[in-house]
Design a protein around this ligand. Structure first.
Ligand SMILES: Cc1cc2nc3c(=O)[nH]c(=O)nc-3n(C[C@H](O)[C@H](O)[C@H](O)COP(=O)(O)OP(=O)(O)OC[C@H]3O[C@@H](n4cnc5c(N)ncnc54)[C@H](O)[C@@H]3O)c2cc1C
Length: 656
């Protein structure tokens, strides 16, 4: 069956989408394995250097606005960029509030998590109901029929929906954060916006298709081709894997490679594609560990004609568009993590107070109490990071690409830990499904589902490993700008000499600033009251972080890019420091907004900062005292098969 049978033809009036039963094979059905697309160039020919080149070309290199995160990695605590806490625009706030109230009511009355989990399907009424509320147009401007919400309210909406069911939230997020609306908003022509955005705002669903069977984290391996024809239009061929909403979407953003030719600069290019175009086949609906309601496809393109008017931006700009889209698009994923964290806190508190073992509520046993404190502190920390990032994105004065990437990384890693600790606190009931609990007459808390649903956040929209590399690249950007040619083996002598002079001038000014600062002044940052000590810690540690980055650069030079564990720790330290700064300034803001609860906010901020500081100290220590090299060598021996004997005497659950 092709998507033609299921989607709204573009010439018909737009009506809310109704999902018809999907007869594509689903997980468990026996189908032939998905072969790779006919390659434009053999993926095996792609080297590590090619991969880096493609990633580098996709980077936004310019910094037009100030960035708290970038300054932090350079050892400069620019509190003035986040304090005073940005305030929401009252006009946006009012319309956001009205929408959120309606949405909350809808989530309470019309989204049944148990049904979606049981049927692995989001009911049509949920989709039409959400479309009726305008939820598919939350990020689309009012001029095109959308709600034009702020980033803050969009994230609040996703958090709300995610608390009802994570698959529904993932559907809305894939549609708006990476699907057609956001890239068109940023890069689309007037004609494209007028043609597509009203349909999407009214409830047609969109999807984003980048990944392929041979290409996940490495876009240099992308093989889906878009070959220009005689009219200047394009013919697409290839297979796209794991497209969220791909089985139900009527509009797709497709990343395909245009070969270089006369009049065509070529390169990976983004297209808007009508999913009912001849030659598009949804071959499978994929099934996963969690997010059981996700409509995720394998989609094949066979000689699919796409008009040249459907190119987003320009040829060769596809990855840059995807990355820029993700600057704010990345906020939706941590929004779900914050929602999950709040639910963990709620369940942990109720259960650990009620469940008595060994003469006390389990929460009063120290081992469990530690987990509760971790959940409470981290929930507060995550909310402060998200709130700040959304507000910074909304007031548009700062560059938030590092901060958004940091919270994606931090949020997905921490939310996973919280869910794991919650399962432990719930004991056997944490591992039991909600359906089974209900059948036994107990409260059907879907804790194991939470863990399953959250796990993907560490993989998609940039896996943790890739986020580490991406953020580390920005963290060392200033160093590469001044000294990159010195360590570049391909740079000619003249370039090296120039870079030497540039670097000499920069480091002569910069290095002395890392020796002392306000964090060493007793009583510094006194305006933050009892939390001032944490800000002093951030200031001192940021300078230490910058010095460590510089030492790493000097010691390993060009080889630094291969020191992924070192770079990962640098980034994790930056994330913790950013989180501490957010937590403290957020407490000041909340105290003003809600003076009656001021003490509680201060306590939570203090708790979070205390825990985060211990993690920072450990990470700073591990930068230089670790077993990274030994572990790497051991892993190479594993890959060589040296320890294969230890894998013997098992039955292979995947079959021979
Ligand atoms: C439920 C789900 C929904 C998805 N939705 C979409 C979607 O809507 N659209 C879309 O285009 N894609 C989607 N994806 C694909 C997703 O973005 C990819 O799974 C992700 O990019 C990772 O790619 P991969 O799975 O091929 O892993 P690989 O790239 O094969 O990576 C395997 C492992 O190696 C690590 N790794 C890879 N390269 C490096 C490196 N250079 N250094 C260090 N570590 C590295 C990775 O972090 C990972 O741990 C989805 C996937 C899933 C499972």
């Amino acid at each position: 069956m092709t998507t033609t049978d299921r989607t709204v033809p573009s010439s018909e009036p737009v009506s809310p989408p109704v999902q018809e039963p999907i007869d594509v094979p689903v997980d468990g059905d026996s189908v032939p394995p998905v072969p790779s697309a006919a390659p434009v160039s053999s993926p095996t020919a792609v080297t590590e250097r090619d991969a880096r080149k493609v990633a580098e070309a996709a980077r936004e290199t310019e910094w037009h606005k100030p960035s708290f995160g970038k300054e932090l990695f350079l050892g400069r605590l620019r509190l003035d960029l986040i304090d005073p806490w940005p305030q929401p625009d009252p006009a946006y706030e009012a319309k956001g509030q009205v929408f959120l109230e309606k949405l909350a009511e809808f989530c309470r009355t019309s989204i049944d998590n148990a049904v979606i989990e049981r049927d692995a399907h989001i009911p049509d009424e949920v989709i039409t109901g959400l479309a009726g509320l305008g939820a598919f147009g939350m990020k689309i401007d009012e001029a095109y029929g959308g709600l034009g919400l702020s980033n803050l309210d969009y994230c609040r909406a996703l958090m709300l929906v995610g608390s009802a069911n994570a698959s529904v939230s993932a559907m809305l997020s894939a549609h708006q954060s990476i699907g057609v609306p956001q890239p068109l908003k940023l890069f689309g022509t007037k004609e494209q916006k007028e043609k597509f955005l009203p349909r999407l705002a009214a409830g047609e669903i969109s999807a984003f298709l980048l990944t392929e069977p041979d290409e996940g984290s490495d876009p240099a391996r992308l093989t889906t081709s878009a070959v220009p024809d005689d009219n200047g239009d394009y013919v697409l061929n290839g297979v796209k894997l794991w497209a969220t909403n791909g089985t139900v979407a009527s509009l797709l953003v497709v990343m395909a490679r245009v070969p270089k030719s006369d009049g065509h600069r070529g390169g990976i290019t983004a297209f808007v594609v009508e999913s009912d175009t001849e030659g598009i086949t949804v071959e499978r609906r994929n099934g996963f560990l969690g997010l059981r309601g996700l409509e995720n496809s394998v989609t094949r393109f066979h000689n699919v004609r796409v008009p040249k008017q459907n190119v987003i931006g320009a040829e060769g700009q596809g990855l840059k568009i995807a990355l820029t889209t993700l600057n704010t698009g990345r906020l939706s994923l941590p929004a779900n993590c914050v929602g999950a964290a709040k639910w963990c806190l709620n369940v942990a508190r109720e259960w650990a107070s009620a469940r008595v073992q060994w003469g006390r509520p389990v929460g009063q046993h120290e081992a469990v109490a530690q987990k509760i404190a971790f959940i409470a502190a981290t929930t507060y920390g995550l909310e402060s990071m998200l709130d700040l990032c959304c507000l910074l994105a909304d007031d548009d004065r700062n560059d938030i690409r590092i901060e958004a990437a940091l919270i994606k990384l931090f949020g997905s890693e921490k939310a996973w830990l919280l869910a794991d600790e919650l399962i432990q606190i719930r004991g056997g009931r944490g591992y039991e499904t909600a359906e089974s609990l209900r059948a036994r007459g107990e409260r059907p808390l879907p804790v194991e589902q939470l863990l399953r649903d959250l796990r993907i956040n560490r993989i998609f929209e940039g896996s943790t490993e890739i986020m580490h590399l991406l953020i580390a690249r920005e963290a060392v950007d200033q160093h590469l700008a001044v000294a990159g040619d010195i360590i570049d083996p391909e740079a000619k002598l003249g370039r090296k000499a120039k870079a030497g002079a540039r670097a000499g001038a920069f480091y002569a000014r910069w290095l002395p600033t890392l020796a002392v600062g306000g964090g060493q002044v007793p009583g510094g940052y006194g305006g933050y009251g009892p939390l001032a000590k944490h800000i002093r810690f951030v200031e001192r540690s940021a300078r230490k972080l910058a010095r460590s980055t510089f030492y790493g650069m000097s010691r390993w030079q060009a080889k630094l890019e291969k020191k992924q564990t070192f770079l990962g720790r640098i980034v994790d330290i930056g994330a913790e420091l950013y989180a501490i700064a957010c937590a403290v300034v957020y407490a000041q803001t909340l105290k003003t907004d809600d003076p009656a609860n001021a003490a509680q906010y201060e306590e939570l901020a203090d708790l979070f900062c205390t825990q985060a500081r211990r993690r920072v100290d450990r990470l700073l220590h591990d930068l230089w005292f670790n077993d990274d090299a030994e572990n790497y060598d051991a892993a190479m021996r594993v890959l060589d098969g040296r320890y294969r004997a230890f894998e013997a005497d098992l039955v292979d659950p995947a079959g021979a």
